[in-house]
Design a protein around this ligand. Structure first.
Ligand code: N01
Length: 556
């Protein structure tokens, strides 16, 4: 039985046992020596990779960088089999990490945190779960992921459908056999683009319902090259260092070259080479202004459009697949294996629901404005209520009983994506306002976990009970995030980065687009300046009485 099963008061409670929660537990318990408990909704570790078991699920980050770097022996000993890590292998890896560091004994599985209220009388969080647990903690740390609240669109008639339906983000553990089935997939984001080619191979017939055509780059997936991996392992320290200082958390050499500075022939040759290499290299290692200059972006977009027309044999289908309404990479850049080729199969049909929207789901399938499509199975690859959805599933209340949902009613407001004013001692691993989803997640997760654990260590050393984001510092940060976002092409797409996929969600750019390197520098500077921008104290009511400048001046 877990050692913490009967204990109810902890130094820290962590929500979630994916990459973030697991490393947080390791740091808190084994390095800081504080008491910590993790609550996890699934019945094992894994987070995103526990839930997203759809066919073809794998990560777009190359495997040698999609792992923890905190333990050198672990890095050297683990061997990935594929260029990109597939979902079952990532889950095996995380299970191995849990065994290796004996993490499970402090994780309570099958348990969802339902509420967390800050108790001002003694600066503790009161936390409740759907299993009836009532515990308290000085620190509440969320490792809930950015894409964990699945969104099934509210389409009339779903409850009348006689077949089976699934969302990619909560896939049955036993898998789904599509043999002999007529399958409909709604959605062509990362999950759709990965699952469609695999489902097409098994299903009798596949109908893809596409609202927005997407740019996608070939992954060039394959077995991991042993020589390549041996070389990486021989200089892993330097490789991680480069990733930590980079824009996206990858050790890719950024090219300082405008797409508009070279001749048409040279540009084409560079795109061809990057297309052959595949993956994020196309975006990061071809030209430096694709994400920021519309004319540069157009050259990349036009190149990909040409590839789609080359690959897809039926011109009418190719026309439907060619994206025209947003710049390349203003929605999450997609990486695929045989996605466009799949539309050359006889058993695959593409339905454009931008022009003929879905009207309803009937007992036998999907009805669009153009007609009826008979289906045995519907797969919703329709994404997530990203970045804030999972926070709002919990009733989180800060000082004065203020619900987080209310504070963030017009969009999330944080200081560094780590903390939000009015919610003392609440730390968010990869929260909104941090690079998170715009980066290779383990790099960002490790940086946040280390920042938080160093901060807790500092507080303990200085006998400080409470840390809270300063309202002014938060405002400055939120404005900074928006300012940078407005220098990019991101605002030109209706993406989940902006909450555009959820009806009624405020349109606010949520992640920090300034790059993991500059972001890390900012966090390091904050820490070096005695956690500048945070109010620190050992009296709960003190903040209300003393202006923040005065509080800051008291800091050692
Ligand atoms: O979700 P999405 P996802 N009617 O939101 C469509 C990460 N991830 O699960 O574009 C009809 O991207 C929607 O259409 P539109 C990654 O960060 C990573 O695929 O909004 N269609 C879109 O086509 C990724 O970005 C990996 O017009 C509707 C699709 O559904 C994020 O998770 C793998 C609709 C949703 O695309 C989310 O990806 C998987 C409606 N009502 C996921 N609502 C890897 O690393 C939505 N759509 C590989």
């Amino acid at each position: 039985m877990a050692e913490t099963a009967t204990k109810t008061d902890f130094d820290a409670v962590v929500v979630g046992a994916g990459f973030a929660g697991m490393y947080m537990l390791r740091r808190l318990r084994d390095e800081l020596g504080v008491s910590a408990k993790v609550f996890e909704a699934g019945d094992d570790v894994g987070g995103t990779w526990y839930w997203n078991r759809y066919p073809g699920a794998r990560c777009d980050s190359e495997s040698y960088m999609y792992c923890f770097s905190f333990d050198k022996d672990l890095l050297q000993e683990w061997n990935w089999s594929g260029k990109y890590p597939e979902q079952p292998e990532i889950l095996r890896y995380l299970s191995h990490v849990a065994d290796r560091f004996d993490l499970r004994r402090d994780i309570q599985f099958n348990t969802r945190v339902t509420s967390a209220h800050f108790r001002e009388s003694d600066n503790r969080w009161e936390i409740e779960t759907d299993q009836g647990d009532k515990v308290t903690a000085q620190y509440l740390i969320t490792g809930i992921g950015c894409l964990s609240a699945g969104q099934v669109p509210d389409i009339k008639g779903l409850d009348t459908f006689k077949g089976d339906w699934y969302h990619t983000g909560s896939w049955p553990h036993e898998g789904v056999d599509f043999t002999g089935k007529r399958v409909g997939v709604i959605g062509t984001g990362s999950s759709g683009v990965q699952s469609i080619p695999v489902i097409a191979q098994q299903a009798e017939h596949l109908t893809v319902f596409q609202r927005t055509p997407q740019f996608t780059i070939p992954a060039r997936h394959g077995n991991v090259d042993k020589e390549f991996l041996d070389d990486i392992k021989s200089r892993y320290g330097e490789v991680w260092d480069k990733a930590r200082k980079s824009a996206g958390g990858f050790p890719i050499d950024m090219i300082d070259r405008s797409a508009l500075s070279v001749s048409d022939e040279e540009r084409l040759a560079i795109y061809e080479a990057a297309w052959e290499q595949g993956g994020f290299h196309f975006l990061f290692a071809s030209f430096s202004d694709i994400a920021t200059d519309r004319r540069a972006n157009d050259t990349a977009a036009e190149f990909i459009r040409g590839k789609i027309r080359e690959i897809v044999k039926d011109p009418a289908t190719a026309d439907k697949l060619v994206p025209t309404d947003h710049p390349f990479s203003s929605k999450r850049a997609l990486i695929d294996t045989n996605y466009f080729d799949t539309y050359n199969r006889d058993n695959v049909e593409l339905v454009d629901i931008r022009h003929a929207p879905i009207q309803e789901i009937t007992p036998t399938g999907i009805r669009t404005e153009d007609g009826d499509y008979d289906l045995d199975v519907i797969v919703f690859a329709t994404g997530f209520d990203a970045m804030t959805g999972t926070f709002f599933k919990m009733d989180i209340r800060g000082k004065g009983g203020l619900p987080l949902k209310e504070k963030w009613a017009e969009g999330p407001k944080t200081y560094l994506g780590l903390s939000t004013h009015g919610f003392p001692n609440l730390f968010m691993i990869t929260g909104p306002g941090s690079p998170s989803v715009l980066s290779n997640m383990p790099v960002s997760i490790e940086q946040h976990v280390e920042f938080i654990s160093d901060f807790i260590e500092y507080m303990r050393a200085h006998e400080l009970d409470v840390a809270e984001a300063d309202a002014d510092a938060e405002e400055v940060w939120v404005n900074h995030v928006n300012e940078i976002a407005n220098m990019t092409l991101y605002p030109l797409a209706n993406s989940w980065y902006l909450g555009a996929n959820i009806p009624g969600k405020p349109r606010v750019f949520m992640p920090y687009p300034g790059g993991v390197g500059p972001y890390r520098e900012k966090c390091d500077e904050v820490a070096a300046n005695d956690y500048e921008g945070f109010l620190l104290d050992n009296e709960a009511q003190h903040f209300a009485k003393v202006p923040h400048e005065a509080v800051k001046m008291q800091m050692p």
